[in-house]
Each structure stands twice: as C-alpha cells, then as structure tokens.
Design a protein around this ligand. Structure first.
Ligand code: SF4
Length: 242
C-alpha cells in the first residue's frame, strides 16, 4: 500500500495542527471504531490524554466525521487534548500521523496507519485477534486473551468489555514512555525496544491484527493465527478509518 505523504497534505495538516494550538511533540489518539466491543473507555482516554500532556506530549484526537460528536466525551475531561476529529481530510490525517511522536489507537485503520508509517504506535485490542507480526519494534500491541477472546462480532460479556477494561492508562503510559524514549535514542534505540520487550513481556502486550513470538511485545496467550486474522496489519487505503 502507498502511504506516501504528499507535500501539500503535510502542509495542510501542519497548518491545521498549528491553528489548533499544537506545537512540538504530539501524540495522535484514535479511539473510534465501528464496534463498541473494540472501544476503550472515554474516561481512560481522557486520563491518558491528561497524562501525556503533563509529560510534554500534546494529545490530538483524530477520527472520521461520524466520530466528531463523540470527541467531547473525552476532551470534556481532558482540556489539554486537541479535538481534530473529523477535521482533517484523509491525506491530511496520514500526514498528521506521520509527523506524530506517538499514536495510541484501538483496532482501527488509523492505528494501522501508525504501524505502516513506523510511527511509535500502541494498539489496544480485546475482542479481535492480535497481529501475528507488526513487522516493526515501534508498534506495541496490548492484548489480554480472555477465555471469551476473540469474540469478534459476538460479545458474550453483556457489554462489560472486560478485555478492553484490562488496559489501564498506567499500562499504556508505561509503553508510551518506553517507545518515546526509544524513538529519541540514537540508532540502537529501536533495537533496544525490541530486545527489551522480548526479554520482559509487559502485562498484557499484544494486537488485533498482528503479533509474533519474536515480535516487539508478547501477548499473555500464544498468538496462533486466527481464522479471521487479516493477511496484513495494514488495511487498504481508504478503508475503515474508525
Ligand atoms: S466477550 Fe470477551 S472478548 Fe468479547 S468484548 Fe466481551 S470481554 Fe471482550
């Protein structure tokens, strides 16, 4: 797939980010999908956003136009978060992700773009199967394989979504700090990130579209190929942005 960032799109994205008050390092947050069982929780996004901002990384929410009405549920509790949900064109979205210091997302096309662009990416999965191979140490997948997981389109938990509830802001932040530190390190940094994660699996590291035993982070449960596992961690351009 071609995720090349055009100069015009990059210029537009940077202009919109600047107009929204974003200067310096920022983290793209991608909370939106088409299925509730793939969502994390608004209050956790808000806490993560607040803590990222306190660490000097401005949180920027991205999503499609249909997601825009939902952004206030996060930004209302995270005043430092910048709401650009539905405000960027697709090519501008790609450019904004490419320039980001970090991306945190659920199982959504935007999160997969982070992996494709080799932006430090944290993907939160639960009801869908992790990747078998993200092909980059800069992607971390957090995944707790419960007995009911992956349920895919047929949750049996009565809407509690425990698989996603196991992901805590603290856990995500710890991975964010590690990825950001590796990204700002000299060349050996990326290698260190992979080695560190292989040697010391985090609590619940994994992903909905990719993870391998030699991958950057190790899931609690072995990641056997799933029947519905996508052939690539990266969806086709123009696919589901949510
Ligand atoms: S049934 Fe299990 S895997 Fe599916 S959404 Fe609920 S807790 Fe997650």
């Amino acid at each position: 797939m071609d995720l090349a960032v055009g100069a015009a799109a990059r210029e537009q994205a940077r202009a919109k980010l600047a107009a929204a008050g974003v200067a310096g390092r920022y983290a793209v947050l991608c909370p939106y999908t088409t299925r509730p069982q793939k969502h994390w929780f608004d209050e956790r996004w808000a806490e993560l956003a607040t803590r990222l901002a306190a660490a000097g990384v401005r949180p920027v929410l991205l999503g499609g136009p249909d997601d825009a009405p939902r952004a206030g549920a996060i930004t209302g509790h995270a005043p430092d978060a910048v709401d650009l949900v539905g405000k960027l064109k697709l090519d501008e979205t790609v450019a904004a992700i490419a320039d980001a210091a970090l991306l945190v997302g659920v199982d959504t096309g935007l999160a997969h773009m982070g992996t494709a662009l080799d932006v430090p990416t944290i993907a939160l999965f639960g009801s869908t199967r992790p990747y078998l191979d993200a092909r980059t140490p800069r992607t971390v997948v957090l995944y707790e394989q419960l007995p009911c997981s992956p349920c895919r389109r047929h949750p049996t938990c009565g809407g509690t979504y425990d698989c996603m509830r196991l992901h805590t802001p603290e856990g995500v932040l710890a991975q964010a700090e590690r990825l950001l530190a590796a990204a700002s390190s000299p060349a050996p940094g990326a290698t260190s990130a992979r080695a560190a994660s292989s040697a010391a699996p985090s609590s619940g590291a994994s992903r909905d579209a990719a993870s391998t035993e030699a991958g950057p982070l190790v899931a609690h449960a072995p990641a056997a190929p799933a029947a519905d596992a996508p052939p690539s961690p990266v969806p086709a351009p123009g696919g589901d942005r949510r």
